[in-house]
Design a protein around this ligand. Structure first.
Ligand SMILES: Cc1cc2nc3c(=O)[nH]c(=O)nc-3n(C[C@H](O)[C@H](O)[C@H](O)COP(=O)(O)O)c2cc1C
Length: 140
């Protein structure tokens, strides 16, 4: 499987999570065609990928109003028609409906959303390992 990762990160957690997931996937024999900021996608990396992984962080009032930061940047991505998409977010307390909002946005871009996972910022090692294992199990 070939995956391109697109990431929005303010303080580094989501970027770190993306690097960790990419490392686990490479250990399982996957190719990573790119790991780029969401706002600066590399078009060739997207074209070469079977799977696009979109990651951002949860923004809100912690217990209400949670949403994916950079939803505008997700909406502005080039078409990902025909690609499988997996979303992920990092959060501190409660991700709310962040993944649902990301799924809607990716579907509007023509992506085939096959899953997503919210990763707790203080459990990135365990959660990225589980995330990668689930992906490898689901997408052969
Ligand atoms: C302004 C602001 C609002 C936040 N709101 C929430 C929230 O509503 N729920 C939550 O679980 N985490 C919230 N967080 C925590 C971030 O989602 C979390 O720290 C995340 O890992 C940051 O990712 P980054 O390091 O990639 O920027 C908020 C952080 C900031 C700075």
């Amino acid at each position: 499987m070939k995956a391109a990762l697109l990431v929005e990160s303010l303080t580094g957690n989501t970027w770190k999570a993306a690097e960790m997931v990419a490392g686990h996937l490479q250990d399982e024999g996957w190719s990573i065609t790119g790991l780029d900021p969401l706002r600066k996608p590399t078009h060739s990396a997207l074209q070469d990928a079977d799977l696009v992984m979109i990651g951002t962080w949860v923004h809100g009032a912690f217990i209400i109003g949670q949403a994916p930061w950079a939803i505008g940047a997700i909406n502005a991505l080039p078409s990902i028609g025909g690609k499988k998409v997996v979303n992920f977010c990092t959060f501190a307390l409660n991700p709310g409906r962040t993944l649902g909002a990301m799924e809607k946005a990716a579907t509007r871009l023509g992506g085939d959303v096959v899953g997503g996972m919210a990763l707790h910022r203080s459990k990135l090692a365990a959660h990225t390992e589980e995330f990668a294992a689930r992906l490898v199990g689901a997408l052969v």
